[in-house]
Structure formats: structure tokens, C-alpha cells
Design a binder for this molecule. Structure first.
Ligand code: HEM
Length: 453
């Protein structure tokens, strides 16, 4: 009988290797992991995933995780259940579902072009240093309905989001709880980060479009605090997940010049007379869509998530007691050769019809921002390939990602040159074409810090 902590060392040493080796070697079903006193089962059978994720939350829910995350996410849709969760999800669906998010395409493309111009001026770049900020701007567009964020406010948001994410990442691999000094420091950091975010959100509120997701949340009668929590949740859930995946999209375009040419051709076919990507053509753009799907298979931003047994249930012939954690790991499932032959290879010829493909989860709690993320990633590929060529990449092949809240790409350098200047003309160093608003008068992070003390 293995000791209850017998897997802790291997898990902490290299969680990606541990979960992959263990899951791929296990029979399809529920594989016990010995990570502490509470029972943990890794779900290795794709047929079990949908029933687990669609089960009533009174039987299989988010359990202890919710309590642990309450200080960060407050009363946002991520934490709620039942009718209130449905009401909030309806707002997110209205603005972020696949078809509806297309209305923000011009702004999303303008943001990507601004990033492209900056990269080309530099001549070479590390993708992840740019994609995270791009993801944040895209979420702001989807929530506030327009480009409202100034660079000062963006900096404040990025710092605040990173601060919270660092603590969440630290929690993820922690076996012993933090001590009282660490706990106090965390509380202070969280308080400060949340205050910074609330300050920015309040200012953005004044500039949000009347038809934005934010205004629809206001119509629901949310308190200021609930509204801030909702936006913080969207920023946290969508920022690094999409930002890291976007970096992997650029990596794969850089390692395969033929693929980049194919996407450039596809982009040309999607352009209207004024040089803008047409939504109906992007919907049919298979090459860039497949690139995004394959990247989401190899590097699922939410590489694991979990559920907890809330009432005794029987799954796969196994009686599970209350408190049992069910670990769902897209990283493992999507690299299991039983579901994806030659799983570590990037291939543009795969099919994604199996239930083992779940980068955005499934059921009533599936990703609320999937439409935003998929569109952003596809537009990134199309816009960059249309205007630029990558001239080299190192290291190639890239080492594995680092396991944190998401899968962080290692530092890499991609060379870039202009392919063609498209209409409307966005040339390197010519960023004033992008309609950013002038910086808003905002208290700096330092000022906020003094307020929060
Ligand atoms: C490539 C990028 C992304 C990936 C891989 C991803 C993945 C996921 C997954 C797997 C879940 C379900 C977790 C569970 O069942 O426990 C989830 C939930 C969620 N995601 Fe995403 N996500 C991404 C981008 C985004 C974006 C851009 C947003 C917001 C704009 C967002 C907002 C949310 C929210 C609010 C939830 C909670 C849904 C609920 O509980 O009702 N995500 N995401």
C-alpha cells in the first residue's frame, strides 16, 4: 500500500512529467495519486470527463477550491452556482461567444498590428513578453466594448494581475500551508492588487460603451464590489491563458516557414478592399484555425482543473467518498498516444473530435471566454503572417514549458522582417494609426500603495 505522500516528491519536482508519465501508463479510468491525506484521482478515461463535468454541482462540484479562491475572486461567476451563475454567464455569452465577439474584430486587429509594428522595429523579440499584454487589451475590448485603456492603467493592471497570479502559482505546488508572516504578506499584496484593479475599473467604467458587457452587468444590479470581482476574474482567467498560448502560436509559425506562408496566403484571401480581415472569411479560414487548435492541444493554457465529490457517487465501478478530488489534466489527456498518435508532434492533419480534447473544459462551467481566446489567437496568426515574415527562431526545438498557473514558454528569440505593408498602412514605428486614447490622469501604483497601507 503506497504511503499517502508517496507521489509528492515527483509531482513537485516536475509536475508535467509526473502527470504525463503516470496518466499515459495507467489504464483508462481513475488513477489514484498519493499527494496527501485527501484522496486524489487522475481521470485518464475521456469517456468519464463529460459526465463528471456535467454532473449536478451538489454531487460533483468545485468543493474546497472555491473556499480557497474566495479571497481572490470574491463573488464572481467563477465562484457562483445556480441561477446567479446562469444570469452572469448569459451576459458573458452575449458578448464573448464565438459569433458575437466578431463585432470587436477591427479593434482586436488594430491591437495586433500595433504589436506587430513594434516587433518589426525591434528586428527580433521574445513572444511571451508581448502576448500577455495583448491578451489583457483584448479582454478589455471584450468587457468595455472599446479601446479605453491607457498605457499607465494597463501597467497598473498587469502588475496587479501578476501579483495575484504569482501567489496562486505558489499555492498550486505547496504541500504545507504558508506561515503567519507569509500569510500576512500575501493578504497585503492581495489587498493592494485588488485596490489597484478597482481603481482602474472605476475609471474604465466611465468610458465603457453603452452596449458593453460591463453595462449589462450593471443592468443586472451588481454591487460595485461584485462588478470589480467579475472583471478581475475575467482578467485573471483570460490573461495568461491566452497570452501563453499566443506565444506558442508564434513559436510554431516561426519553426515552420511553409506554414507561415500558407497562413499569409489565407490572410490575403480573407481581406476586404480596404485591407481588413472579413469575419465571414475568417470563420472559414481552416489553416489558421487548425494551427490554433493544435497549439491548444500541445499547450493547454488551463493544463489542469479539478472537481470534488460532494455526495457519495460511483464512477467507473469505483465508490467515491465525499472529499475525493478528481483531477482533469488536458496536458496529459491531449498528449496520450491512445487518443492522439505520435502525441508530442505538432501536426496540422489531426482531428479533434475525441472527448480527450478539452482545452476549454466542458459542460456548464466550460470556459466563458473561449470565443474571445480562439478569435484572438487566429487573428494574431493571420495579421502577423499577412504583414511579416519570421527569419529565425532559437532555441529550436524549444524546451518544455514551465508549469505554473498556465504553461509558461521558455525565453526564446524570433527574428522578424516586413513582408508587405498592407492597407491601412501600419508600418514599423508608425503606431499613431492605432486609435489609443491619450493616457488618463491616474494615480501611480506607488500612490495606490500608499492608499492601501
Ligand atoms: C487559451 C485561452 C484559455 C483557455 C485554455 C481557457 C481554459 C478554461 C478552462 C479549461 C475552463 C474551465 C475550468 C473548469 O471547468 O474548472 C475555463 C473557465 C473560465 N474561463 Fe477560460 N480559458 C482561456 C481564456 C479565457 C478568456 C480570454 C476568458 C475571459 C475573457 C476566460 C474566462 C473564463 C471564465 C470566466 C471561466 C469560468 C467559467 C465558469 O465557471 O462559469 N477564459 N477556462
Amino acid at each position: 500500500m503506497p504511503h499517502m505522500f508517496s507521489d509528492v516528491r515527483a509531482f513537485r519536482h516536475d509536475p508535467l512529467r509526473f502527470l504525463l508519465d503516470r496518466g499515459n501508463a495507467a489504464p483508462l479510468g481513475l488513477e489514484p495519486l498519493h499527494l496527501g491525506p485527501a484522496p486524489v484521482l487522475l481521470v485518464t478515461d475521456p469517456d468519464l470527463i463529460r459526465p463528471i463535468l456535467k454532473a449536478p454541482e451538489t454531487e460533483i462540484g468545485k468543493g474546497r477550491l472555491i473556499k480557497k479562491l474566495t479571497p481572490v475572486f470574491g463573488r464572481s461567476s467563477l465562484m457562483l452556482h445556480g441561477d446567479e451563475h446562469k444570469r452572469r454567464r448569459a451576459v458573458l455569452h452575449k458578448h464573448m461567444a464565438k459569433g458575437s465577439v466578431e463585432r470587436y474584430m477591427p479593434q482586436m486587429c488594430a491591437e495586433i498590428r500595433a504589436v506587430g509594428a513594434k516587433l518589426a522595429r525591434m528586428g527580433e523579440f521574445d513572444p511571451h513578453s508581448f502576448t500577455a499584454a495583448l491578451a489583457l487589451r483584448t479582454i478589455c475590448i471584450a468587457v468595455f466594448g472599446t479601446q479605453v485603456i491607457s498605457s499607465g492603467d494597463e501597467e497598473a493592471l498587469v502588475q496587479a494581475v501578476n501579483m495575484i497570479e504569482d501567489d496562486l502559482a505558489d499555492d498550486m505546488f505547496r504541500v504545507l500551508p504558508v506561515g503567519p508572516i507569509g500569510w500576512h504578506r500575501r493578504k497585503q499584496r492581495r489587498k493592494f492588487a485588488k485596490l489597484a484593479m478597482s481603481t482602474v475599473v472605476e475609471r474604465l467604467r466611465e468610458r465603457a460603451r453603452a452596449t458593453s458587457a460591463l453595462k449589462d452587468f450593471e443592468v443586472l444590479g451588481l454591487s460595485d464590489q461584485d462588478l470589480h470581482d467579475e472583471i478581475l476574474t475575467l482578467l485573471l482567467a483570460g490573461h495568461h491563458t491566452t497570452g501563453t498560448t499566443a506565444a506558442w502560436v508564434l513559436y510554431h509559425m516561426a519553426t515552420d516557414p511553409e506554414l507561415m506562408e500558407a497562413i499569409a496566403d489565407e490572410a490575403d484571401r480573407c481581406l476586404d478592399d480596404s485591407g481588413e480581415l472579413r469575419p465571414d472569411a475568417v470563420r472559414r479560414a481552416d489553416v489558421s484555425a487548425t494551427l490554433v487548435k493544435e497549439v491548444c492541444r500541445l499547450y493547454p493554457g488551463a493544463w489542469w482543473f479539478s472537481r470534488e465529490v460532494m455526495q457519495p457517487v460511483t464512477i467507473a465501478g469505483r465508490d467515491l467518498k465525499v472529499g475525493t478530488s478528481l483531477l482533469i489534466c488536458p496536458w496529459q489527456l491531449q498528449r496520450d498516444p491512445r487518443h492522439f498518435p505520435d502525441p508530442d508532434r505538432f501536426l496540422m492533419t489531426r482531428r479533434y473530435t475525441t472527448d480527450a480534447y478539452i482545452p476549454f473544459g466542458a459542460g456548464p462551467r466550460a470556459c466563458a471566454g473561449m470565443g474571445v481566446a480562439m478569435l484572438e489567437l487566429q487573428l494574431l496568426a493571420l495579421e502577423i503572417a499577412a504583414a511579416y515574415r519570421f527569419t529565425g527562431i532559437s532555441p529550436n526545438p524549444a524546451p518544455w514549458p514551465k508549469a505554473s498557473v498556465t504553461l509558461i514558454p521558455p525565453p526564446m528569440t524570433i527574428g522578424i522582417e516586413v513582408r508587405q505593408v498592407r492597407s491601412p498602412v501600419i508600418q514599423p514605428g508608425d503606431e499613431q494609426h492605432v486609435p489609443y486614447l491619450p493616457p488618463l490622469k491616474s494615480p501611480s501604483i506607488a500612490t495606490l500603495q500608499s492608499v492601501s497601507q
